[in-house]
Design a binder for this molecule. Structure first.
Ligand code: BDR
Ligand code: CA
Length: 312
């Protein structure tokens, strides 16, 4: 049996209920990834909250990855926060305050340091607005040659969740998204085309609730908040967007991918942050993204419950 080498990974998050699920899952993927650090960005809530939520969560999970504070506003616009993560960003989940502080330096320093230690091998998982990633690529152009791939939860080649055509993360900072999509870095786009497909079934929720360990504990509490939103406000079954982008890294066989040149639209009432795939090669530009277009939803839930030790 060939052992796969671990992927050196930096995460960038706007924690965020589903970001918290993604982070907890990542800390359980130690056979596949080496988590080098986490950057926080403003998005679902303000940076003070996303950073604090991330640090408290990581500490609660007993993970030693450093947490770096990133951008407090999008590159060219005021911040628009999301409505579905509660006022703190973690719904009504309360965590003990972390016993350690934030790491020195911003997210550019985190990515640059990690990329120098793993030249050509570093992967980035970005599950919030792309402000930190665009800033790092702009401030350190040499990163282009050092980063292996950036996997993005964001966009959609069909539909949206902020407007008819745009998804929250890219809508939040479309100028940053444009920089990243035009950067020349290898990108994987995990958008709403796949993240809306697995809707949390009640029996999966019940299994996570019965599973042992701090990861299952905190994820069960986040999912409980999501389930109550559904029951109380008639929302759809919860979607776990960000952890699906993690699955695209550690379990890519669950997905169907297609390569496209993806144009990032920055303006317009409906089109701000819209991702447009060049299906007919009108632009004559080479593909800039591997786009996840389908997912084996049952296989995803099997992977998810196994990860949390929630068994069959
Ligand atoms: C994305 O937006 C945020 O609200 C979620 O955390 C996820 O990253 C889904 O559109
Ligand atoms: Ca997020």
């Amino acid at each position: 049996m060939t052992l796969l080498s671990r992927i050196p990974l930096v995460m960038d998050v706007d924690t965020g209920t589903d970001d918290a699920v993604c982070i907890a899952a990542a800390t359980l993927c130690t056979d596949r990834i080496e988590l080098l650090g986490i950057g926080a960005v403003c998005g679902n809530v303000e940076i003070e909250k996303t950073a604090r939520n991330t640090l408290d969560l990581i500490d609660f999970l007993g993970c030693e990855a450093p947490v770096h504070i990133g951008a407090s506003r999008p590159l060219a616009r005021p911040l628009c926060t999301a409505v579905s993560h509660g006022t703190t960003g973690l719904g009504d989940v309360a965590l003990p305050a972390a016993r350690r502080g934030f790491a020195e330096g911003g997210v550019t320093e985190l990515i640059h340091g990690a990329a120098k230690r793993h030249p050509g091998g570093l992967e980035i998982l970005a599950v919030g607005p792309l402000t930190n990633i665009a800033t790092a690529l702009t401030e350190c152009p040499e990163l282009l040659a050092l980063i292996k791939r950036i996997t993005i939860m964001g966009g959609a080649i069909r539909g949206g969740n902020m407007t008819l055509a745009s998804e929250f993360n890219l809508y939040c900072d479309p100028e940053a998204a444009r920089i990243v999509f035009e950067s020349g870095c290898a990108l994987t786009m995990v958008g709403l085309d796949v993240t809306l497909k697995p809707e949390l079934p009640r029996h999966i929720f019940d299994r996570i609730r019965a599973a042992p360990g701090p990861q299952a504990d905190v994820v069960a509490r986040v999912l409980d908040f999501m389930m109550r939103r559904k029951d109380e406000f008639g929302a759809d079954d919860p979607n776990l967007h960000d952890v699906i982008a993690l699955a695209a890294i550690v379990k890519p066989s669950l997905f169907t991918f297609e390569s496209y040149y993806v144009h990032l639209e920055t303006g317009g009432e409906v089109t701000r942050g819209m991702t447009i795939a060049d299906f007919n090669n009108v632009s004559k530009r080479p593909p800039n993204a591997l786009v996840a277009v389908d997912i084996d939803a049952d296989g995803f839930w099997d992977w998810f419950v196994d990860l949390f030790g929630a068994g069959k």
